[in-house]
Design a protein around this ligand. Structure first.
Ligand SMILES: Nc1ncnc2c1ncn2[C@@H]1O[C@H](COP(=O)(O)OP(=O)(O)OP(=O)(O)O)[C@@H](O)[C@H]1O
Length: 344
C-alpha cells in the first residue's frame, strides 16, 4: 500500500475584495497535482513562493478539502475518512508557532502527548526516545523561550512524532535556521526516514532536497513541472555549464544584458551578504567567460568559477518555465466548486 496517493488534486480559494462594491476573486492555488509516495520514502515538494506547496500539504493532512481530485494517506481517503488519516500523520511547519515558550521542552512534549492521546504509561519512554532522536536530551528542562531556532525546530519535529505517525509532513523545516543547526536537522530527518517513517518535505533549499530526498516534485503555478530523483532532474540540464560569478550591486538591466548573450540559457541571482552570486547557465562547452564578463561591464566582479549544474540549476530552469512541459492531467475549463474549509 502506498503512503500517499494524490490524484488530480485541485484547490481554488475565493476571497472577497473591496468594501463598496465587493468582488469575488478566485485563486487557483493547486491545478491538478498527481503523485505517489511509497512507505518509508523521503519525498520533496519544491517550488517558489506561492507555488501551491502548502495548499497541497494541507489537503493531504485534512486541513483543507480539495476542490476536486482525490488523495489517500495510508489507504484512507482524506475527504471521506479524515479521522483515520489524522491518526496516522504528523504535521510540522517552520516558524515560531505551535510551542509554549514559557514551558520547558519536556512540559511541551508532555502536554502534546496528552493532547494526542499517547497512553500515560508510554509517555515517559516515548518522550525520552524522541528527545534523543532530535538531539535535545539533557536540554529538556530548559524553557523553550531560551531555545535557538534550530532547537525549536527539532522540538517541533519531536512534537509531530509523539503519536508515532506513519507519515510526517515537514513544511519548510529549516527556514531561518543557521547552517550548522540545519545540518543537524537534516540528520534528524534522514534518521527518521531510515527508521521507516514516510516523510513529505517542502523546502526552498535545493541542497537540502538533493541531500535528503529520494525523489522530488517541482511545483510551480499550482502544477507539477517535473518529478523524479534529484539525479534525473539534474540530467535535464546536463547539456549546460554553469558560470558562478560573485558581483556587487548588479541591476536588472545588466542582468537582462547577460541573458541576451548568445549561448546563455538562464541567469539566477542569490543574495550573499554584501555580494550577490550570479549563476549563469550556458550551453555546454560554449566558453562564455569573456562575453558574460563584458556584459557585466561597470559592475564590480569577484570570484568566477565554472561548475557542473546542481539541483538548484535544474530547479531554476524548470520554474522559469523554459523547460516545463504542460502536465498531462491538466483539465482545462473545470469549474471550481466546494470551497469548504475543514477544521482540524
Ligand atoms: N487562504 C487563502 N486564501 C486565498 N488565497 C490563498 C490562501 N492561501 C494561499 N493562497 C494563494 O494560493 C497560492 C498558493 O499558496 P501556497 O501557500 O499553497 O504556496 P506555497 O508554495 O506554499 O508558497 P510559500 O512557499 O510562499 O509558502 C498563492 O497564490 C497564495 O497567495
Amino acid at each position: 500500500m502506498l503512503a500517499i496517493e494524490a490524484d488530480a488534486l485541485r484547490r481554488t480559494y475565493t476571497s472577497r475584495t473591496g468594501w463598496l462594491r465587493p468582488r469575488r476573486t478566485e485563486t487557483e492555488a493547486v491545478r491538478g497535482v498527481t503523485f505517489d509516495v511509497a512507505p518509508g520514502e523521503l519525498f520533496g515538494l519544491l517550488g517558489p513562493n506561492g507555488a501551491g506547496k502548502t495548499t497541497t500539504i494541507k489537503m493531504l493532512n485534512t486541513l483543507l478539502l480539495p476542490t476536486s481530485g482525490t488523495a489517500r494517506v495510508c489507504g484512507h481517503d482524506v475527504a471521506r475518512d479524515p479521522v483515520a488519516v489524522r491518526r496516522r500523520i504528523g504535521y510540522v511547519f517552520g516558524g515560531d508557532r505551535g510551542l509554549y515558550d514559557r514551558l520547558s521542552a519536556l512540559d511541551n512534549l508532555r502536554y502534546f502527548a496528552e493532547l494526542y492521546g499517547v497512553e500515560a504509561r508510554d509517555q515517559k519512554r516515548r518522550i525520552a526516545e524522541l528527545l534523543d532522536l532530535v538531539g535535545l536530551s539533557g536540554r529538556e528542562q530548559e524553557r523553550v523561550e531560551g531555545y535557538s531556532r534550530g532547537m525549536r525546530q527539532r522540538l517541533h519535529i519531536a512534537r509531530g512524532l509523539l503519536h508515532r505517525p506513519e507519515v510526517l509532513f515537514l513544511d519548510e523545516p529549516s527556514i531561518g535556521v543557521d547552517p550548522v543547526a540545519a545540518r543537524d536537522l537534516r540528520r534528524t530527518v534522514a534518521d527518521l526516514a531510515a527508521g521507516g517513517t514516510t516523510v513529505l518535505l517542502t523546502t526552498h533549499y535545493m541542497a537540502e532536497a538533493d541531500e535528503l530526498c529520494g525523489r522530488v516534485a517541482v511545483i510551480a503555478g499550482g502544477r507539477i513541472r517535473a518529478l523524479g530523483t534529484p539525479e534525473s532532474l539534474k540530467a535535464r540540464v546536463g547539456d549546460r555549464d554553469v558560470l558562478e560569478i560573485e558581483v556587487y550591486g548588479v541591476g536588472e538591466d545588466v542582468l537582462d544584458g547577460v541573458r541576451r548573450v548568445p549561448g546563455v540559457r538562464g541567469v539566477a541571482v542569490e543574495e550573499r551578504g554584501t555580494a550577490q552570486a550570479l549563476s549563469v547557465q550556458t550551453d555546454r562547452g560554449a566558453e562564455l567567460h569573456a562575453p558574460v564578463l563584458a556584459a557585466l561591464d561597470g559592475v564590480r566582479v569577484g570570484r568566477v568559477i565554472s561548475r557542473e549544474p546542481s539541483l538548484e540549476d535544474a530547479y531554476i530552469a524548470l520554474v522559469e518555465g523554459e523547460d516545463s512541459p504542460e502536465p498531462d492531467h491538466e483539465r482545462a475549463g473545470e469549474e471550481a466548486h466546494d470551497l469548504t474549509e475543514m477544521t482540524a
